[in-house]
Design a protein around this ligand. Structure first.
Ligand code: HPA
Length: 271
């Protein structure tokens, strides 16, 4: 893994001569953030040595390198989900590459189903903690100490500093945000009503199929993380439950996207 990561990093550095400080992973329906970046380079995943190859046809993922204000950013347009069949090592490989390109802060966005009764569709949630209920752990197996320690402290997976800065920005721009705990399940099915109830009983506010592996691997390497989620459907109310579809998720995410884009952009400029 170490050699593969270094090989990919070397290829990118030789191609771009660029050192990003911020990494951004864009969630479903939230890819428009790429338009906020003054793009200097862009590399399709298929050109990158050792990168997982996209399984979704006509949906070529790419790494974007560029600037937000004065700040150097690398963004993943298109992420790898465990439910697509990638291994946990493949899902998190780009985060390892980001680290050795120079990334110190990682911003991850996603769409999720809400189970907190005070949430509604379209809400923007700042993730302050997560519950890992994915069936496999990305750090299982031999630990390479060059990346980080065997036993990773997870008392602050999401940076309190970045959350409080984001809250200040939200207040100053009159953007309504909630905060919450994200529970990660493998998918690809949406939850049954009983599973949504379980998620709520377990103490989470929302549930989704991504983010947790990437954040674990980022914390392994001591990258500061910020997670932001758009509530695209409500799993724990009687009304409308059972009707959630991927189209609905994408539509709700698209509707909330301007708020998420603004928050991420301002966070990068001001933090
Ligand atoms: N469950 C899991 N993942 C999701 C959901 C959901 O309700 N909405 C968007 N992603």
């Amino acid at each position: 893994m170490w050699n593969k990561v270094q090989e990919t990093v070397k290829y990118i550095q030789e191609t771009t001569k660029f050192t990003p400080r911020y990494g951004v992973i864009l969630g479903s329906g939230l890819g428009g953030f790429a338009d906020d970046i003054e793009i200097l380079h862009s590399i399709p995943y298929s050109d990158l040595p050792n990168f997982p190859t996209s399984t979704v046809e006509g949906h070529e993922g790419r790494l974007i390198f560029g600037k937000i204000g004065q700040n150097n950013v690398v963004a993943m347009q298109g992420r790898f989900h465990y439910y697509e069949g990638y291994t946990m090592q493949e899902v998190t490989f780009p985060v390892r590459v980001m680290k050795y390109l120079g990334v110190e802060k990682l911003i991850v966005s996603n769409a999720s189903g809400g189970v907190n009764p005070f949430y509604k569709v379209g809400d923007v949630v700042l993730i302050y903690d997560h519950i890992n209920m994915m069936p496999e752990h990305p750090l299982r197996g031999h630990n390479d100490e060059r990346f980080g320690p065997r036993f990773v402290n997870m008392s602050e997976p999401y940076s309190r500093n970045m959350i409080s800065k984001a809250k200040e920005i939200a207040v100053s721009l009159s953007i309504d945000v909630k905060d919450g705990i994200y529970l990660g399940l493998q998918g690809p099915t949406f939850e049954t009503l009983s599973e949504y109830r379980m998620v709520k009983i377990l103490g989470a506010d929302c549930v989704g199929m991504s983010t947790v592996p990437e954040v674990i691997v980022a914390r392994h390497m001591n990258i500061e993380c910020f997670g932001i989620s758009v509530i695209t459907d409500m799993g724990d109310t009687q009304e409308g439950v059972g009707n959630v579809s991927h189209d609905e998720v994408l539509q709700a995410a698209k509707a909330a996207e301007p708020k998420v884009r603004t928050l991420i952009k301002e966070l990068i400029v001001k933090y």
